[in-house]
Write a protein that binds this ligand. Structure first.
Ligand code: GLU
Length: 496
């Protein structure tokens, strides 16, 4: 069998968005699955809209996702001579023709056709010009474009789509489309095919929005005597109101960098993306890289559009809850050794990183991550909700402050007593840290929960979290005692 060769050919006219990333992922998965290659080609022939910034953004986005390519990036603009040569070849072979119709003439015809409710396509006026007529017009210096001559055939034109099945249309419905502009540059439709032929692409996985191109491109493959690749058109991703997701209507939330900047785990995000338009046919939701490569097939790509469930009216849904839930599952279950460098980056960005976390205190660092990650949603939570583990200057949430501390004036003396007893402990271990507040509560004839909840608030700033005694032991006697003694300050601040 010949090698499978796939490509991801973004137009660098904006950032890498969810739809593009998903297309890249599907191509990457299929290349990996079949032991083939993925080629990255930047389709930058629209020079007015292409920017270096966008190219950079796409490369960074792919890198963050871990979508690697085996060849490229190639740049479409490096092959313009080839694109033009292909148009000339089709012309020389009589498979294309020069069209001298002026824009005014075409517009007038179009309007007339519209009024008469007739076919709006090109009326083929120049298709049958004699060589003499063509020479005459050229001699007169008339500008021309080159049109592809759609074969005059009965019957249907089509291809077998791996996702959608047989796709067909009548030859007569296809217009003699333009392949070269009057300024001598080739049109995208042709460039794309010429590049795919040169890059020996065997499979084209792309959005259903390209299907109208595909019909015409099938003709170009035939005309250029190249084998037709396998096509797989993937469903569009829509929002909950069934409109196409776009930067204009949804903002940064559709950009891949949004997820990087909001603390998503790259593979977890891929896991979310793959399910936007593909299903394994089982209940499995979480897939390791290897599992996904194995499970992924073109046949299981959904035929109909997928929904990006983002609810602008509800701040809880700062993105699709499924994306968050998958991220949480990864946070909870991934190898701590793999998680550690990701958290390191977050801590570094906040100025909270300590080199000892990869040295003397590595064991402490890894144990801490293991303890606190269970309730976190994104990597950002390690420096926000989890700040107390890595810094002394953490904030105290208002809810636990009111509910667990300020409500009991007596804590102003109870907690310092507790701190003193802790200070006396020889061994600050699980059993002892638990025994002390329970005994104190008994002496005071109060529920131990009052002391424990207040402790949690002062030591972590949070209402809930992992087991309190695990936390105490992890933080160590000195920090705990110091934090419990801050109770006075909290009351003082509250009364100001
Ligand atoms: N440059 C096109 C795009 O970004 C890709 C078309 C294709 O996959 O053939 O939409």
């Amino acid at each position: 069998m010949t090698e499978t060769r796939l490509r991801f050919p973004p137009s660098p006219t904006g950032y890498l968005h969810i739809g593009g990333a998903r297309t890249a992922l599907y191509n990457w998965l299929y290349a990996k699955k079949t032991g083939g290659k993925l080629i990255l080609r930047i389709e930058d022939t629209d020079t007015e809209r292409s920017t270096d910034e966008s190219i950079q953004g796409i490369l960074e986005g792919l890198q963050w996702l871990g979508i690697t390519y085996d060849e490229g990036p190639y740049f479409q603009t490096d092959f313009t001579a080839e694109h033009v040569a292909a148009a000339q070849r089709l012309l020389a072979e009589g498979q294309a023709y020069k069209c001298f119709c002026t824009k005014e003439r075409l517009d007038a015809k179009r309007e007339a056709a519209l009024a008469a409710k007739q076919n709006l396509g090109y009326d083929r006026t120049c298709r049958n010009l004699t060589p003499e007529q063509v020479a005459e017009k050229e001699a007169a210096g008339l500008p021309f474009i080159i049109r592809f001559k759609v074969p005059d055939r009965e019957g249907m034109l089509g291809y077998d789509d791996k996702v959608l099945g047989r796709i067909e249309c009548n030859y007569k419905e296809v217009d003699d489309f333009v392949i070269l502009r009057s300024n001598g540059t080739a049109l995208y439709l042709l460039c794309n095919v010429v590049d795919d032929i040169r890059d020996r692409i065997s499979h084209i996985i792309r959005g259903q929005d390209h299907m109208t191109n595909t019909t015409r491109q099938v003709l170009l493959y035939e005309a250029l005597k190249a084998p037709l690749p396998v096509f797989a058109h993937i469903p569009l991703t829509l929002d909950t109101k069934k409109s196409k997701i776009s930067k204009r209507s949804h903002g940064e939330i559709v950009a891949v960098h949004f997820y990087r900047d909001h603390g998503f785990i790259p593979w977890a995000f891929n896991n979310f993306l793959v399910l936007l338009g593909w299903s394994p046919g089982t209940d499995q939701e979480i897939f390791s890289k290897e599992e996904l490569i194995k499970a992924f097939t073109l046949e299981r790509i959904n035929k109909s559009s997928s929904i990006f469930n983002f609810r602008r009216d509800d701040p809880k849904f700062f993105t699709d809850p499924k994306a968050i839930s998958i991220n949480e599952q990864y946070l909870r279950s991934m190898d701590i050794a793999e998680l550690a460098p990701m958290v390191q980056k977050e801590l570094e960005a906040e100025g909270l990183w300590d080199e000892a976390y990869t040295g003397d205190r590595q064991d402490w660092f890894l144990r801490t991550l293991g303890l606190i990650r269970d309730r976190f949603h994104t990597l950002k939570d390690f420096t926000s909700l989890g700040r107390a583990y890595f810094a002394d200057d953490f904030g105290i949430d208002d809810k636990p402050l009111q509910k667990n501390v300020l409500k009991y004036e007596e804590l102003k003396s109870w907690l310092p007593t507790l701190a003193n007893r802790y200070e006396q402990l020889e061994s600050f271990d699980l059993a002892e840290t638990e025994r002390v507040p329970r005994e104190l509560a008994e002496e005071l004839d109060i529920k131990p929960g009052i002391l424990i909840n207040a402790m949690r608030t002062l030591v972590t700033g949070q209402l809930a979290g992992p087991s309190m005694f695990d936390i105490l032991v992890l933080l160590g006697k000195e920090k705990v005692v110091q934090r419990l003694r801050r109770v006075d300050r909290l009351f003082a601040a509250a009364s100001r």
